[in-house]
Structure formats: C-alpha cells, structure tokens
Design a protein around this ligand. Structure first.
Ligand SMILES: Cc1ncc(COP(=O)(O)O)c(C=O)c1O
Length: 364
C-alpha cells in the first residue's frame, strides 16, 4: 500500500539528531538553549526575515501575533478554507473573526468587500504551500488601509512567490512544525517577522510572560519549544533546498503525466514547499468514489485540505457562516491530494501515476 505521506527521517538525519539528543541530555539544558537559537536562525533564513521565534505550535505562533497586536474586539479576516487553528487563535486573542471566501488562494475581491475600518488584520493561508500571485496586490492594499497582513505559513516551509519567501510577505507569519509538516519538530511552531518589538515580546509570551526582570507583563503561557524538537528541526532545515527540489520534481512529474486525464494542476510561480501536491478534478468526476477506487488499487490518498471549510464546522456557528462561499465550496468538492514525501522514489511515483491513470480511465 502506498501511503499519502511519511515523516520517517533518512538514516543520516537520524544519526545527526541522535548525536544532538545525547548532547542535550548530557548538557541538562532542555529548553531555550543553543539548539533553539540555531533553529531560529535557520527558520529566519528560510523565511528571509530578521527574526524567528520558536514556540510549541503553529497555533501558539498565530495567537502570539494576535495578542501582541491586541486584536481584542477588532475584526480579523480569516479564510474559510483553512485549519480550525487559524480562526481559533484569533478568537483566543479576543478578535471578532470574520470569514472570507477562499479556495487554494484567497478570493481578493471578497476580502476587498470586507475591508471596513473595523478590520485590524487579514490572514492569508498558503494552502498546501501554494502562494497566490495576488499577494503583493493584497499587501499593498493592506498597507494603504493600515491593516496588518498576517501569513499563516503552516504549510509553506521554503515556498516562494518569485524570489520572495513565504513568511516575509506580510507583517508577520506563523509556521507550524507539527508531525505532518515538511519540516517537523514533533510539535512546534515559529513566528517570523522584521519587527524587533514583536520578536522581543514573542519571547516573553512563550516563557510564561516573564520579562528580563522576572515580572509578569502579558498573558502568555508555557509555549517554549524543547531543545530536542529544535535539534530535530535543524537537522531537516540543513537539507531544505535538496528536499524542496525533490518534492518539486515529483509535483512536476505528476503534472506532466496526469494532466491529460481530467486533472488540472495549479501553475507554479516560484518554489513550493511540497506539503501537498494538489490537483483539481473535472466536475464530472466524483472525488470520493475515485479515491475509494484508487485505495482499492493500492494507493491511499490523504483527505483534502480542507473538505469541510470553516463555514461548515459547527464550532464556528457564531461567525458569518450564513454568507455564501462559492470558491471554498467548489475547491472543497473537487480537489485531490496526491502522495508526496521527500524520500519518495521514482518507482513509487510511477506506481501512483499508473494507478491514478488506470482508475480514472476505468471510471470515465
Ligand atoms: C493552516 C494551518 N494553520 C495552523 C495550524 C496549526 O498548527 P499546529 O498544529 O502546529 O498548532 C495548522 C496545523 O495543521 C494548519 O494546517
């Protein structure tokens, strides 16, 4: 059975991490040590920002940004096609969340319609690691209106728009290093920004609110990354470029060899993290039936991102879920994620292509 994804590390990295773990255990410094510092430097390099602050999850990274901005009682625009954490983080920080329409990319027209003076921030999510070509336009618009653009870059490690890395396109960004991400620390996250004040305060928020004098000054938590997690993440970041190239080669091959059977692949405008390989099905193909048949033929496809956008999640019934979100509903119904991971062999890719081709042909 071919899985949708595996996070297993190659042997060389396992050895690097094992050596680092031994060193950490001997040192007795399990948090806020040299491995966290090295990891933060590598993350800032990846994102092209002056600062990166490591925390215990992507959700926390988002919440710290919103808390620092003090969004209490103000509107934060969040795409409906995202992980629950994007909206919940803003809500925990006291924001009035309003959903806007989005599929693979944000619907800029819908954002423009919702940009009232009450809006403090617009969040964009780089779904699967794909970056919208309209982000510079959106960033310009936000700047003119004095609204902060926040990137939820949970899927976008190493993605770029042209030469501009994800994580540097707005005021601040949140990365996730959860177990399913292309770079993982098990659980983990990071804030990237060029604002020294946000970076400094993020370090306070994550460390139970203690400032340099041990005084409690803000509402944060025990939100640190462990040294063990940081060492694990750094070992993967050391190979980011070659891993990105490999994932990209797989995506390009899928696109070359599956585009003639009713699958449409998004055009790419830079590097892509390869968190997901997304393809859109022709509207006469039933996604769930196709996925079941592909599974029966030996290839497991992951659930989509996301098949139930936030406006279809019961927990968000207090938000503007009665609005219409046609872009999100269409994306939710028609997209498919093909298997992808960094150690994927040519033979495995060929097997996926052959299985998908045969199944689609038999179905149509
Ligand atoms: C788009 C998006 N934002 C935020 C998060 C939250 O990250 P974490 O699970 O590290 O808290 C996730 C997690 O999967 C995500 O997919």
């Amino acid at each position: 059975m071919i899985p949708p994804f595996t996070a297993a590390l190659p042997e060389q990295e396992i050895q690097t991490v094992t050596a680092a773990v031994e060193q950490i255990l001997h040192s007795g410094q399990l948090v806020l040590g040299p491995h966290t510092t090295a990891f933060e430097k590598a993350v800032a390099d990846m994102a092209g920002t002056r600062y990166a602050v490591a925390v215990n999850s992507g959700s926390t990274a988002l919440e710290i940004i919103f808390r620092f901005m003090d969004v209490r009682g103000r509107v934060v625009l969040v795409p409906t096609n995202t992980n629950y954490a994007t909206a919940i983080a803003a809500m925990h920080a006291g924001a009035r969340v309003q959903l806007y329409d989005s599929g693979l990319y944000p619907d800029i027209t819908d954002i423009e319609r919702r940009l009232t003076p009450e809006v403090a921030a617009v969040v964009v999510v780089h779904i699967g690691g794909y970056l919208s070509q309209q982000l510079p336009h959106l960033a310009g618009l936000c700047k003119r209106l004095g609204v902060l653009l926040i990137e939820d870059a949970a899927h976008a490690h190493g993605s770029t728009l042209g030469t501009r890395p994800a994580g540097s396109l707005g005021y601040a960004a949140a990365f996730s290093f959860f177990a399913t991400k292309t770079i993982t620390t098990g659980e983990g996250g990071a804030i990237t920004t060029n604002d020294p004040e946000l970076a400094q305060m993020a370090r306070v928020y994550r460390n139970q609110d203690k400032d340099d004098h041990g005084r409690r000054v803000v509402v944060g938590g025990s939100w640190r990354m462990t040294e063990l997690g940081a060492a694990l993440g750094t070992a993967q970041l050391d190979h980011l470029d070659s891993d990105l190239r490999h994932r990209r080669a797989v995506i390009d091959r899928y696109s070359r060899e599956l585009s003639d059977i009713g699958l449409t692949f998004p055009a790419l405008h830079g590097q892509i993290s390869g968190h997901k390989c997304i393809t859109m099905l022709a509207s006469d193909i039933n996604r769930n039936t196709l996925r079941e048949k592909i599974f029966a033929a030996g290839v497991e496809l992951a659930r989509g991102i996301y098949e139930q956008p936030l406006h279809r999640q019961p927990v968000f019934c207090g938000l503007n879920i009665a609005d219409s979100f046609p872009v999100a509903d269409d994306f939710a119904a028609r997209h498919l994620c093909l298997p992808l991971w960094r150690g994927m062999t040519d033979n495995t890719v060929a097997c996926v292509i052959d299985t998908v081709r045969r199944t689609v042909a038999a179905d149509t």
